[in-house]
Design a protein around this ligand. Structure first.
Ligand code: FDA
Length: 302
């Protein structure tokens, strides 16, 4: 929590961005800065039997010009995926704050619609990432709107939210792609469970609802216990392996990614790339003390 709060400070951002970061630390979680880097990572992962969701890094844009740049970055990426014939194995993940949500919800909706249209042309799909708790209602409204024209748009539910189970029940319908994650942002006690145990219990309740429903669950976690529980619930609900998928982040538990894929499960790796790595990188550090220690050692040049 403290690290997530510090991450919002401009001073901390300057220190972290200007620090003589060992490239290895950032590169552990981020596929690179260019579309070329992202394509190489995608081709490698697809070659290993994995699927991919690509995130062009950037969030919280404050003007229309930046939002337009995000749209152009995504459409250029989708053109590349189409040209490489990777549309059936690689989709994109989009943050609405990167296309103007903080300025105007309708602007974000229109921009997201343009990206969904480009994804359709590339024979692939878009999942809308879920961000800070203040954006949840707006993002779910945009998902509902987009699904009128693009029913395959993926939604994300964060299990740490007290309303997560209710949201899962609403979204567990035929054709509905739903990513379930624990939640990576700081949120107050009135809105979100705070203890690891409560978040994990909520994750299990949500998995039960999604697996019992008729939608397409996407279980996004590295937690070995939750991955096992999801597998058991799939069996209990007579789900075949094509009716759900596991999702893990690029650079985290890569052996587990391959192990699951080797057991005929569908596994998608979330691949983030681009120059705007700060927010994403800080959330990964906050998730695990070992990552923070690794980072601090690299700052000290050790
Ligand atoms: P947890 O943090 O409890 O970790 C369980 C185990 O996984 C750890 O013991 C460790 O072994 C390993 N592990 C976890 N994180 C690690 C790390 N950073 N480095 C190394 N090992 C690590 N969040 C959100 O708010 N909105 C979103 O849209 C998304 N989208 C998303 C997509 C995908 C594909 C994933 C996997 C995750 C997200 N998240 C997210 C992030 C999510 O909310 C959560 O913060 C992280 O996945 C960490 O939680 P775990 O479920 O992995 O469990």
């Amino acid at each position: 929590q403290a690290l997530l709060a510090a991450a919002r400070s401009g001073a901390v951002r300057t220190v972290v961005e200007r620090a003589p970061l060992s490239r290895d630390v950032v590169r552990r979680f981020i596929a690179g800065e260019t579309t070329e880097d992202a394509m190489k990572a995608t081709e490698r992962l697809v070659g290993e039997g994995l699927m991919v969701s690509l995130d062009v890094l950037g969030e919280d844009v404050q003007d229309r010009g930046q939002a337009e740049t995000t749209v152009r970055n995504y459409t250029a990426l989708l053109d590349r995926l189409a040209a490489a014939g990777l549309g059936n194995r690689a989709e994109v993940s989009l943050k609405l704050t990167a296309v103007g949500q903080a300025l105007d919800e309708d602007l974000a909706l229109d921009n997201a619609r343009r990206i969904c249209a480009a994804a359709r042309t590339a024979s692939t799909t878009v999942t809308l990432d879920m961000e800070d708790h203040t954006t949840v209602d707006s993002t779910l409204r945009v998902v509902t709107e987009l699904r009128r024209d693009f029913p395959d748009v993926g939604a994300v539910i964060q299990a740490y939210l007290r309303r997560a189970e209710e949201h899962c029940a609403e979204l567990a319908y035929e054709g509905s792609r739903v990513r379930l994650c624990k939640g990576a942002y700081a949120a107050p006690d009135t809105i979100a469970f705070q203890s690891r145990e409560d978040v994990d219990k909520s994750y299990v309740r949500c998995t039960k609802v999604l697996m019992a429903g008729s939608g397409y669950p996407m279980l996004a976690t590295h937690d070995p216990r939750l991955i096992d529980i999801a597998g058991a619930l799939a069996v209990m609900n007579d789900r075949d392996p094509e009716s759900f998928e596991y999702q893990l982040l690029y650079g985290i538990r890569p052996n587990e990614q391959r192990r699951l894929a080797g057991q005929d499960a569908q596994v998608r790796v979330y691949v983030a790339y681009g120059a705007e790595w700060y927010g994403y990188f800080m959330r990964r550090l906050a998730e695990r003390p070992a990552n923070l220690a690794f980072f601090l050692r690299s700052l000290a040049g050790k």
